[in-house]
Design a protein. Structure first.
Length: 471
């Protein structure tokens, strides 16, 4: 670790020394996370036990108020290609890889107030009512592109971006040698959003379009560009020979006019359509999808804590999905994490179940947060009800490859109890203990192919202890 820090500092000094006429100020920042987690996976009762860590180390190189750069590396790559180093995975200590997470330049267009950020960066769509964004969350790894932001008035900021989601030249893939752009695996995302801010309320509508050449998918093993986060099948291999188009529109809304009462609402619609590929008798490609969701969450801050009440609804598959397209909203590594056990939570490095999608579910949540009985120690307790919105006769119910823990029909439901306790050990060091218990009630008849060799209706528990050091 000392060697890595020394190399980064040396790189910064070389960068500064290379332009003596334009001095650059260097500032370091970083985050250590240590996570210890054990328990049973939702629905199946299968045990898991992980211990690991991750380091993010960054530096800001500032020339002046109009020009700066940022570079961040992430240390720790585990055997399953996540951003975590698993303790005990390599006794030699040489397998923890160093990867570029962010590398961008911020600059202001001369004689204007328009800000430009170019390079690999954390960029996503506006935050939903439950946090993150279920269509496109900034994510762990960063994205490549250009973001332009301009304050139009005191109450309106405009933002637009272009992101390249995937690119592989023709010589790198299925079409032999050469660099024929028309035959490259490539996807481009274009978005525009307007942030309205008034006294007591704000909202940010947005639209986004994606052009998908040859079904470009840089990471089909996890979320992929249009994956649905473990809940549904991903793009079939023959989809790589098809072009497609996707579109999203959504907004969030925050009302704080009656503070300490705060109401957050968000929603989005999205569709993905491929050119051709319809099976006989179907009107669309079976991988086409169109769907929507809405979220709402209310809170009221008191001297004893903040009671919360929220809910969501997301469309699911209809019984005729194989003929008219699937009913889940497409996403690019979208994130929906209202709980710790069923949907990965907020703090840890490991997923209990790896479900990040909102599609195909609805639910209600009640609880209280920011409860404190001792100085520097706070608690959050929630009870969450899940139920499926996929029709029980949808085409995927009998697919042995679809885990019903994630693909819930309208006959399946679950209740989860969560308790998170956070202790501020020092100014820069925090510990968090999370506990979860899930009670499931699945209709095995809806998942006969999968349930034949697997348990799907077992209650489960999990717990995680996380330490975070920020500097």
């Amino acid at each position: 670790m000392k060697k890595l820090t020394t190399l980064l500092l040396a790189a910064g000094l070389v960068f500064a020394a290379s332009a003596p006429a334009s001095a650059v100020d260097l500032k370091m920042d970083g985050q250590y996370l240590f996570n210890f987690i054990t328990g049973e996976r939702a629905g199946t009762g299968q045990n898991f036990d992980n211990a690991g860590q991750r380091l993010r180390l960054g530096m800001t190189l500032t020339a002046n108020e109009n020009l700066s750069g940022y570079f961040q590396v992430q240390v720790g790559t585990s055997k399953d290609k996540t951003s975590t180093y698993d303790w005990g995975a390599d006794t030699t200590g040489n397998s923890a890889a160093v990867g570029m997470r962010q590398a961008y330049v911020d600059w202001v267009i001369p004689q204007t107030v328009v800000k430009v950020r170019m390079g690999r960066q954390l960029v996503g769509l506006p935050e939903d009512a439950f946090g993150k964004n279920a269509v496109m969350h900034p994510g762990w790894q960063g994205r490549d592109g250009i973001v332009v932001t301009a304050p139009a008035t005191d109450w309106l900021d405009l933002t637009a971006f272009w992101l390249r989601g995937a690119y592989a030249s023709a010589g790198d893939d299925y079409f032999g040698t050469g660099n024929d752009t028309d035959q490259s695996d490539k996807s481009d995302f274009f978005a525009a959003m307007a942030a309205f801010k008034f006294d007591g309320f704000s909202f940010t509508p947005y639209v986004m379009y994606a052009s998908v050449d040859d079904g470009a998918d840089p990471d089909s093993s996890t979320d992929g560009i249009f994956g649905t986060a473990k809940g549904k099948p991903y793009l079939a291999t023959d989809m790589y020979y098809m072009d497609g188009n996707a579109f999203w529109a959504g907004t969030n809304f925050v009302m704080s006019y009656f503070d300490p009462f705060v109401l957050k609402v968000s929603g989005a619609y999205g569709m993905l359509s491929y050119d051709g590929g319809q099976p006989e008798g179907a009107e669309v490609n079976p991988q086409d999808r169109h769907g929507w969701y809405v979220q709402a969450k209310a809170s009221y801050k008191t001297a004893y804590g903040t009671p919360i009440l929220g809910g969501w609804y997301a469309s699911g598959d209809d019984s005729d999905a194989q003929y008219f397209g699937q009913g889940w909203i497409p996403s690019w590594a979208g994130r929906f994490h209202p709980t710790f056990g069923y949907t990965a939570g907020e703090f840890g490095l490991y997923d209990n179940n790896s479900r990040h999608a909102i599609g195909g579910t609805w639910g209600l949540q009640a609880g209280i947060e920011d409860v404190s009985f001792l100085q520097d120690l706070t608690h959050k307790f929630t009870v969450t009800w899940f139920q499926g919105t996929n029709d029980a006769s949808a085409m995927l119910k009998g697919d042995a490859n679809v885990n019903p823990v994630f693909y819930m029909t309208d006959n399946d439901n679950a209740v989860e109890f969560n308790l998170a306790s956070t202790y501020q050990i020092y100014k820069n060091l925090t510990a968090c203990l999370e506990l979860a218990y899930i009670i499931t009630d699945y209709d095995k008849g809806d998942h006969a192919a999968w349930a034949a060799d697997n348990e799907i209706d077992k209650d489960s528990w999990s717990t995680a202890l996380t330490f975070q050091y920020l500097f």
